[in-house]
Design a protein around this ligand. Structure first.
Ligand SMILES: *Cc1c(COP(=O)(O)O)cnc(C)c1O
Length: 384
């Protein structure tokens, strides 16, 4: 019935919409997120699946953030503060920067896209590493620029190789520190040397999505330090952070950049006026005041990472030392097949063949019980 009605109003020949899309967007494939617990449970007819696939905080939001969200709900009939004054103010105090140096994003992915939209044309290229965060190639392609992918060293960013890859058309370098999906990190002295050598026509983005974990006292991350203080001396430096990981607010989408006033001015020009919603802003402000929840979260992560490493070692499995809340384990076989086998055990992890790591799985650190279950399932499917 509906079909025949449609047929009468459709033009006889279909318009080729693909031809209308920009060349960059035509080549894009949407970001492949992790399978959800609900989806897997429906497929398997089970009820106790666990997800260790998207580097979320297993504790979720803290009580202060939750209360702030509840308190804000009745006000959502109004538009949010387009300038995000209260969150910028709180961040500025905490980070000892000027409020105008901060650009707020709907997740830090939003901010990564602002950098590309504000500074990069199709004539430009963007430099990043092999095994780098999947959003870097996506934003590169979305603005029609070319990616320059630098081979990794020991799974991490090769800063020398990145410097060598920069040419007169390079406008941005993306570096995640720690890196996702590998968990590798760069020492601050190496990054300092890199920043000194990068030419003036290149914007350097240091993506510190896992900063709170890497800088926690209980982690073994020799030489790691944030590059935030270097923003004062490097006009072309952008440091990004997020509330999606250690703060447990991934579903709310809040991230930010700290940069020079000049760069922040341009990032703000491409930002949509209400990109940060009012519930998210209130929760983020409250989360910044909840040191206890953050401390509990990073401590749980340190212990969980040790627990996973001990389990891998007991099974004789190699892994890449990680500074984040996730770890790559070498399954010495087809990672995607093992991912599917783990799904049947009700465990969702992340296959990373699309990051050119076909024999590794990335496992997010969960609660103690979740880690036990993940290790037991891994032992079973690998026959260890
Ligand atoms: C998770 C992650 C982000 C954060 O993304 P949001 O948009 O803030 O949720 C940014 N960079 C890296 C490397 C990540 O792994």
């Amino acid at each position: 019935m509906q079909n025949s009605r449609l047929a009468t109003i459709m033009p006889t020949s279909r318009i080729n919409i693909e031809k209308l899309a920009t060349p960059g967007v035509r080549g894009l494939r949407p970001y492949e997120g992790g399978k959800s617990v609900e989806e897997l449970e429906r497929e398997l007819g089970i009820s106790n699946a666990i997800k260790l696939a998207s580097n979320e905080n297993p504790l979720g939001p803290g009580e202060k953030a939750l209360q702030a969200m509840r308190d804000t709900l009745a006000g959502v009939g109004r538009y949010p503060d387009g300038n995000g004054f209260s969150l910028k103010q709180r961040l500025a105090e905490k980070l000892s920067v000027d409020r105008k140096q901060i650009t707020l994003g709907n997740g830090s992915n939003d901010v990564l896209e602002f950098v590309a939209r504000a500074f990069v044309t199709p004539e430009n290229n963007i430099v990043f590493s092999e095994h780098a965060f999947a959003v870097y190639p996506i934003v590169t392609q979305a603005v029609g620029a070319s990616p320059r992918i630098v081979p990794a060293i020991d799974w991490g960013n090769d800063l020398g190789g990145m410097l060598a890859a920069i040419d007169e058309h390079t406008r941005v370098v993306f570096i995640a520190n720690p890196n996702n999906p590998t968990g590798t990190w760069l020492k601050a002295d190496r990054l300092d040397a890199f920043l000194k050598q990068v030419p003036d026509h290149v914007i350097v983005v240091i993506d510190e999505a896992y900063f709170e974990y890497a800088s926690a006292g209980c982690m073994q991350v020799p030489g790691y330090d944030s590059m935030l203080t270097r923003v004062a001396t490097h006009t072309n430096l952008v440091v990004t952070r997020t509330f999606s990981k250690a703060y447990g607010l991934a579903g709310l989408r809040v991230g930010y950049a700290v940069s020079s006033l000049e760069v922040a001015d341009f990032l703000n020009r491409v930002r949509q006026p209400f990109n940060l919603n009012s519930v998210a802003e209130a929760a983020a402000v409250a989360a910044l005041d909840d040191d206890e929840h953050l401390a509990r979260s990073v401590k749980l992560n340190c212990k969980g990472l040790q627990q996973l490493i001990m389990g891998f070692t007991a099974m004789g499995l190699g892994y890449i030392p990680s500074a984040g809340n996730f770890i790559c384990v070498d399954v010495e076989s087809d990672g995607r097949a093992q991912f599917n086998a783990l799904l049947r055990e009700g465990i969702i992890v992340r296959p990373i063949d699309n990051y050119a790591m076909p024999q590794h799985l990335r496992i997010t650190v969960g609660t103690y019980d979740e880690n036990i279950r993940a290790l037991a399932a891994l032992k079973k499917v690998l026959g260890k």
